[in-house]
Design a protein around this ligand. Sequence first.
Ligand code: 13P
Ligand code: SF4
Length: 322
Amino acid sequence: AVEREELISKIKAQLIEKNAVLVSHYYVHPDLQDLAEATGGLVSDSLEMARFGRDHPAQTLVVAGVRFMGESAKILSPEKRVLVPEMDANCSLDLGCPAEEFTQFCDEHPDRTVVVYANTSAAVKARADWMVTSSIALKVVAHLKEQGKKILWAPDRHLGSYIQRETGADMLMWQGACIVHDEFKAIELDALKKQYPQAKVLVHPESPASVVKLADAVGSTSAILKAARDMKADTFIVATDNGMMHKLRQQNPDKTFIEAPTAGQSATCKSCAHCPWMAMNDLRNVLKVLEQAGTGYNEIQIDEHIRARAKLPIDRMLDFAQ
Ligand code: 13P
Ligand code: SF4
């Protein structure tokens, strides 16, 4: 505990010394969420993280999340130094959608508007017409459908099929998945619902359709938080990364939150519902990256040609979100 306190106070001092701000995702360790808030930074979903990093005056951004979040920050603010605690913190959606294969897929379907999820590399975004996060994906696709557009969607097939069901849009889909949300199981969730008949079920749309079907509310991490605040219920079953539990419990001390069941929870992993890449962020590597700021260590670099092209679909989304 002493070491933890010491790390926290060293990070606070470094943030001031380096004119830096810490931006954390809801899935990272509670210490990093609380620290971001306590130091004038932000803990939020991927859309708000991108917006906050762009608008904040600090010249150095420390992005505690996964790689694509750091890249989005750099794409939007090339003049800023963007640091990530762990360069290998990736995402199965990003890894499962290599730029070359994706480009070929797009080339084969030139009649389609290319919409990519935020959880992709800068090079994939550079091939897209639109980028969306889970909090705005439905609205953007509904808007494109209204304009009579046919869509090529990548990479998350569950989020894609959810949007397709909700909007009725013509969507050709890349077959990626999030290794965390893909593990939620409908039969077990249904059994848990029977055990807690009064509970409301909150589901992130990266989960399989059979799980989404059992939801009382479906949405991004921030939409899940909002639903938990607004819904009149005492108990909630939550199908998203269990890093979310921290904010849910902090904001709703009188409500009970239960993790939705995943495959092999007890057999193969204690906590299947936690992203191994998000878990790579901790107090130690946040401090290290701040101490090394200016040396190039863990600094996000993106080829300028790719960055400038990747900015277009992100700006389009941010303009639309206003
Ligand atoms: P949000 O956009 O809902 O924050 O989701 C990001 C993510 O990686 C979900 O797994
Ligand atoms: Fe990617 Fe899933 Fe981890 Fe989110 S939780 S960063 S989608 S692997």
